[in-house]
Design a protein around this ligand. Structure first.
Ligand code: ADP
Length: 626
């Protein structure tokens, strides 16, 4: 019996497998099962036109046998089998398909990555086996063959006996080492779990003998005795939920699938399905969780959909499938157009994957837009959890193309409606007189409800959008307008309110304004008359492009930058307190200075900022009380 050498590349690949430091060696089973399933596909196809096959669709199966004494795992299929030449060509060299990529020079890390993400076919079994024996009989041939290899030193092929058509892959499991418990692959529960994890949707039954506890026959009903028996069981569920028509699957089925697969104790908020045939073919089953995952903003959070190729999982978290702003969507994409063996870096540039991802993004957005129309309460809940993500999509430059769609999907609390509303709803309600879409930024709706700057707007009955999320202001800065209507902050200097007397009034009050500015010095950038105030004497407006909310946020985030928005003090000339200041200015300027300082500090407090010198402020108030 002549021992044959592996071809050079196969040898390198083999070396890599034998000495693999890769930690998920378990994927070998997925690879061997996938090959078995392909072989069955081929014979099943043959049987459609060839009566001699003698097997019907229900006869096909993959069987796994574990032999602890001899330390072997055997995976058997009744598929097409291999002849001598095929054994030579298929197992003696790297298969032409996926592993082909391996011909390129790869460094060790990249190699580990390739094993991890995609496996490298048959050879991966050498990660756990010291010897592999393949006993196979090809359909239509008389002779069966035994292929045997203990790795690097080559392989032998000899004729042998095998009754039925098909292939047995017998893996002699390596001895345990300090790092690796290879024996665990001889445990049925371990194999069961691996089949569930990687091969649950293989179309053919994967069967194995499992220990089963049951009531002993003849034992008393009130005092049952139990016994453990070995029983053949089908391990995989076979039909993937996403291959079924949406109308055939119940909400409960979807929910329990989601909860099992993505470890959520709650049912999903929304189920989104997609079935696309065309330049690429894929099916997708996606879910929006009912709650924001606790680890969503941490490094532990792993976004991405699971990627399958014809029922076999090839990647657990494929981040390239969805834009970042849709990170919260969980689910599965299955495309027969993707090859099982394709390296991660190639996948990133894969045209098919790009087409799928563009199509998925549209599909999800479309579905959420539909939800907004049809299930408002549900959408509001979803938005409460993931609205931030959508807003992130609106402000991040890389998602420019999505803006038009996303601006229709974000909600803000309305001052008049007292509930979240869209830009579109706002604009529809705008009065003819109203020029801008008004917004007010602050920590909470309760605070914004009493914002003095918004008084005149409120009085007109106009709606204000409350920006309580830090991203909201960035949305305004990035969009600038919605359908031709400019977004304006209520603390902006120009609110587009008509006021004929404005200039005249300012002229009349120039002296007062100059007096206050001189009194406050560097504390304020400008002092001016207000057109927004009604019942409050003063308010503070931010200048210089930075809002007070942003200032507060930046101070927390990056205190060392000490960013400060310009303070502009606005006075309400009609208010008694300001009139008192005006009188004091001519009668007792020392007193007037105190008034000016107090009013300024009050404006600072109302803006939610801290006053520079609280002691000075309280002293001043006390003096006036004397
Ligand atoms: P790939 O599956 O990417 O082609 P593998 O190294 O896993 O690469 O397998 C090489 C080839 O060996 C397969 O393409 C197939 O032709 C053949 N083969 C492997 N396992 C079986 C099997 N159980 N029955 C029939 N042919 C098989």
């Amino acid at each position: 019996m002549v021992k044959k050498e592996f071809q050079a590349e196969s040898k390198r690949l083999l070396d890599l497998m034998i000495n693999s430091i890769y930690t998920h060696k378990e994927i070998f089973l997925r690879e061997i099962i996938s090959n078995a399933s392909d072989a069955i596909d081929k014979l099943c196809y043959q049987s459609l036109t060839d009566d001699k096959v003698g097997l019907s669709r229900d006869d096909f199966k993959i069987e796994i046998r574990l032999d602890k004494d001899n330390r072997t795992i055997t995976v058997s299929d009744n598929g097409i089998g291999m002849g001598q030449e095929e054994l030579e060509n298929n197992l003696g060299v790297i298969a032409r398909s996926g592993s082909y990529q391996f011909r390129r020079e790869v460094d060790k890390d990249a190699a580990v990555d390739i094993i991890g993400q995609f496996g490298v076919g048959f050879y991966s079994a050498f990660m756990i086996a010291e010897k592999i024996t393949v006993v196979t009989k090809k359909y239509g041939e008389e002779t069966a063959y035994r292929w045997e290899s203990s790795g690097a030193d080559g392989y032998t092929i000899t004729p042998c006996e095998k009754e039925t058509v098909g292939t047995d892959i017998i893996m002699s499991v390596k001895a345990d080492t300090e790092e690796e418990q290879y024996s665990s692959y001889l445990e049925s529960w371990q194999i069961f779990q691996l089949v569930k994890r990687y091969s649950d949707y293989i179309r053919w039954p994967i069967r194995m003998e499992m220990a089963q506890r049951r009531v002993k026959e003849g034992s008393a009903e009130d005092k049952p005795e139990y016994e453990t028996v070995m029983e053949w069981k089908t391990l995989n569920s076979m039909i993937p939920l996403w291959q079924r028509q949406r109308s055939e699957v119940s909400d409960e089925e979807y929910a329990s699938f989601y909860q099992d697969k993505f470890f959520d104790y709650e049912k999903p908020q929304r189920v989104i399905t997609a079935s696309v045939e065309g330049s690429v073919t894929y099916k997708a089953l996606m879910f929006v969780p009912a709650n924001r995952p606790a680890d969503m903003n941490t490094l532990d959070f792993k976004p991405g959909l699971q990627l399958y190729s014809s029922g076999v999982m090839i990647m657990e978290h494929c981040e390239d499938l969805l834009p970042e702003y849709l990170d919260f969507v969980r689910g599965i994409v299955d495309s027969p157009d993707l090859s099982l063996n394709i390296s991660r870096e190639l996948l990133q540039h894969d045209r098919q994957l790009k087409v799928i991802s563009t199509s998925l993004e549209k599909k999800i957005r479309g579905d959420l837009a539909k939800m907004l129309q049809e299930d408002r309460a549900g959408y509001e809940k979803l938005h409460a959890n993931f609205g931030r993500n959508l807003k992130f999509g609106l402000v991040a430059p890389q998602f420019m193309k999505a803006r038009e769609a996303l601006q229709e999907m974000v909600l803000f609390l309305s001052s008049t409606e007292k509930k979240p509303v869209t830009f579109s709803e706002y604009v529809d309600r705008m009065s003819e007189e109203q020029k801008y879409i008004y917004y007010a930024a602050g920590e909470s709706a309760a605070l914004l409800d009493t914002l003095p700057q918004a008084e005149r707007i409120r009085e007109k009955g106009w709606e204000i959008l409350y920006f309580t999320d830090q991203l909201d202001e960035l949305v305004a800065q990035n969009l600038r307008e919605y359908k031709g209507k400019e977004l304006r902050s209520v603390v902006d200097g120009d609110l587009g309110l008509e006021d004929e007397n404005e200039e005249k009034e300012t002229e009349e009050k120039t002296e007062l304004l100059t007096f206050v500015k001189n009194t406050l010095g560097e504390r304020v950038k400008e002092v001016r008359l207000s057109r927004k105030l009604k019942s409050h004497p003063v308010c503070l407006t931010a200048g210089g492009g930075l809002s007070f909310e942003m200032e507060k946020y930046m101070r927390r985030a990056q205190p060392e930058m000490a960013l400060r928005a310009d303070r502009i003090l606005e006075l309400n000339a009609a208010h008694p307190a300001v009139q008192a200041l005006e009188r004091a200015r001519t009668e007792d300027s020392a007193k007037a200075e105190k008034y000016a300082k107090i009013l300024f500090d009050q404006a600072v407090l109302i803006a939610g900022l801290t006053i520079d010198d609280p002691t000075e402020y309280t002293d001043l108030v006390c003096e006036l009380m004397k």
